[in-house]
Design a protein around this ligand. Sequence first.
Ligand code: T1G
Length: 687
Amino acid sequence: MNDVNEPVRYQLLDDVALLIVDNPPVNALSHGVRRGLKENLARALADPEVAAVVLYCEGRTFIAGADISEFGHPVVEPDLRQLLDALDMADKPIVAAIHGTALGGGLETALCCHYRVALDIAKFGLPEVQLGLLPGAGGTQRLPRIIGPEKALVMMTTGVPISAGEAHKLGLVDQLVNDDLLSNTLIFIREKVARGQHHSRVRDKQEKLLDVAPEIFQQARHSTTHKMRGFLAPEYNIRCVEAAVTQSFDQGCQTEAELFAELMAGPQSEAQRYFFFAERQAAKVPNIDVNRSKRPIAKVGVIGGGLMGGGIAMNMANAGIPVTIVETSSEALQRGLNTIRKNYESTVRKGRISDSVMQQRYALITGAIDLNALADCDLIIEAVFENMAVKKELFARLDGLAKAGAILASNTSALNLNDIAAVTQRPESVIGLHFFSPAHIMKLLEIVRCEKTADDVIATCMAFSKRIAKVPVLVGVCPGFVGNRILAVRQQQAARLALEGASIEAIDRVLYDFGFPMGAFQMADLAGLDIGWDSDNCDPSDIRDRLCELGRLGQKTQAGFYDYDDRRRPTPATLVSEVIADCAVLKGVHRRDASDSDILDRCLLPMINEGAKILDEGIAGRASDIDVVYVYGYGWPRYRGGPMHYANSVGLSKVVEKLRKLQSTTGDIFWEPSPFLVNLAERGQRF
Ligand code: T1G
């Protein structure tokens, strides 16, 4: 008899054995599921009354993969390959009934069934590459045998799932149904049994592996080289598909097992698996049930139709939420709306959305030059000039016109939100929503909790972030919050290294080779050197002030730290080197050689130390939250986990030792290790 707590239940429906997986939330292939499936499969195969087997899952999805939380720990048998071998050797027809997302080990399990019946809204994928892995249970050998190597290469190197419709076209799904999945699957398999036809195994299919053009592998390498620069797993997935084409099935599985083991044991997968849970943890707020009652958000107002305001408004329209943009004049408003239309038209040209979708989204955006147009908005986000007086005056006006219960948010990137909240009668409804430019593309959203922000406002904004496809991280009020505060110390040290004689190209190369999308100086040029620049108080010894005075504001003026051609390609400028050397003299900075590893330490150690201070001050609740900010907001390479994970991999004692050495050699208090960090290191702990 089935124990209701067992993750796999057995049910006999006349001549069909039903294996029912019930392991919420995503039916991951935990040890209990593997053992339950293997035992109940054997029971079905041994029962002479059983003519066929159906594999079915309760809950919201078919098996969504191996249990990632088990990785890094000793495998408890039966392991997944042992289970799938048992499925593969079955002498009775087996059909997988698929809904939700059949991913990773889940799809590999379905591939060991003779047939697959799916709801037409189901999805199929091998996302292991996003965990720094490859399908480790035969998927790299079976998938190419069904859909062909070329399609398999795309699915495995991107990790992006395909629809049930496409899977059916490719032969991965035998039948699509639009409802009653289980009853339709029973009809399907009974028809197969009645015909008495041979039930072929995926592993025996060879036709898709014949006459494969060898250049598909180079094409796959070429397409991943740029997008996945520095990641090991894409190449290893490609090698497995090559093995499927050039080796026997068993040899190919051996190749897969060897490459899988290498990735699983490596630092990249360890970092990417860590990050998988880190970004899900970030959406949870200790002591606040984010599923608690939240304030409804049916209409949003955005004040400011510039670069940020326009991008923020697009996020709302993209999520199907009506949004009103308020500007100070009709001309400014029209400029903002024109920019939004151009952004949408560019997305349509790239084939990412259809013209009709663009029209639907654009229709959700309205404009006004009167703040009272926002009186019925549930959420109002200001994205105006970064000036405290301007923001205070605006929030005082909003407080008088916004409806009761409306959330008033600021997109400020650094200003003190407590002071802004204090000018309103509703400080409990004031919060920071710090979007990152370009706001309609960057996924990170720093949600800034003010002293008096109410829990339901935080819960509302955390949930709303997912609705607009953002990754939320809750942070506290301080200059720069988490992301920009940490960035400031890295940029400061990069400038110091330049003053000491390291070339800006060398500094940028070291950071690029580490895995950042670009170095410190190219990033400054992209953002614009004049952000926050006070042209009335220029310091002749400050590099940025000197470049701004020369009109070298970055990419937008085709000259900043670098010169830029029409395609924004940077080239070093002699003038900049001269300005830096002159600033060094004015500051009395002595030249100091710096090797690549010195440069890397000088840029990364301050980020780690600042992260420790942020934790100590409670500005971030978790070290992993800081990592989520850095991967999603600043391009920290995901295969290195984030600055705090990286510090753990270096070892906190080593980090403290390096900081102290820099402090003694430079005599600069800047390098003083955070007491919070020292304390952890002395206790042999990690972040
Ligand atoms: N293992 C363990 N826990 C998992 C999990 C998994 N595979 N997938 C999700 N969870 C947890 C997640 O941490 C969260 O927990 C909850 O489920 C809901 O997830 C041998 C080696 C399925 C599309 O990579 O893509 O098979 O926070 O918030 O947005 O070849 O989860 O609630 O405590 O993401 O609705 C391959 C990973 C594994 C799929 C659902 N499979 N999961 O998204 O919910 S490696 C994957 C997802 C493998 C084999 C290889 C998504 C989802 P908590 P969620 P969602």
